[in-house]
Design a binder for this molecule. Structure first.
Ligand code: G3P
Length: 216
């Protein structure tokens, strides 16, 4: 499973990149707004740090305008994936951009029929939001299971990007469900490292090593 960072913060992206395990980045208009820079500038800077898929989202809500905006975003860097909302106009724009070879990420997906439409429209990625479904009392991960099963039944090429991932358990469950990608905030990625037995074991190894040095 590929690991993406769900952030537009360059410090976080640099830290993740340093670890060598970040395959890409997803952004959305809220994450871009937090950084206070125009989207073109921010995603270009992200592309300079990570050599992988970098999602940049349109803010237009009408297909023709989405297509125009998407083409501009795609020109920023070869790794840009144009993010489009899963609405009627977004699906129409997805079909048009995909037909021209521009890679798309259909976002704000909350149901299996929506995911089917994204695949039919030739999306490169679909982003089902796990955490936000959990927030309203659903089991968000069931959606990932449904989509991976449906896509596998028909050999759809659209990759399932588990989004709105917030905990290490989400990451594990997404991997078990066969998600192609999990995108997560830096904080969640950082938590994946943690285990008290690792810390305890390392402490003991270092103590024993120091003792053996003292003896020699
Ligand atoms: O970028 C889309 C998604 O991952 C947002 O997550 O935590 O705001 O629901 P969250």
């Amino acid at each position: 499973m590929k690991i993406f960072l769900d952030t537009a913060n360059l410090d976080e992206i640099r830290k993740g990149a340093d670890w060598g395990i970040v395959d890409g980045v997803t952004t959305n208009p809220s994450l871009i707004a937090k950084e206070g820079k125009p989207i073109e500038e921010q995603v270009k800077a992200i592309c300079d740090i990570i050599d992988g898929d970098i999602s940049a989202e349109v803010v237009a809500i009408e297909a023709a305008a989405m297509i125009e905006e998407g083409k501009k975003l795609a020109k920023i860097h070869k790794n840009i994936v144009v993010k489009l909302p899963l609405i009627r106009e977004g699906i129409k724009a997805c079909k048009a951009l995909s037909s021209e070879g521009i890679r798309t990420n259909v976002t704000l997906c909350f149901s299996a029929p929506q995911a089917l439409l994204a695949a039919k429209a030739g999306a490169y990625l679909v982003s089902p939001f796990v955490g936000r479904l959990d927030d309203i009392g659903h089991v968000g991960m069931e959606l990932i299971e449904q989509i991976t099963a449906i896509y596998s039944n028909y050999d759809y090429k659209t990759q399932v990007l588990a989004a709105s991932i917030r905990t290490p358990i989400h990451v594990v469950d997404a991997a078990l469900a066969g998600a192609d990608v999990a995108t997560m905030p830096f904080k969640t990625l950082d938590m994946l490292f943690n285990h008290p037995l690792t810390d305890k074991g390392l402490e003991q190894f270092l103590k024993d090593h120091a003792k053996s040095l003292a003896k020699s």
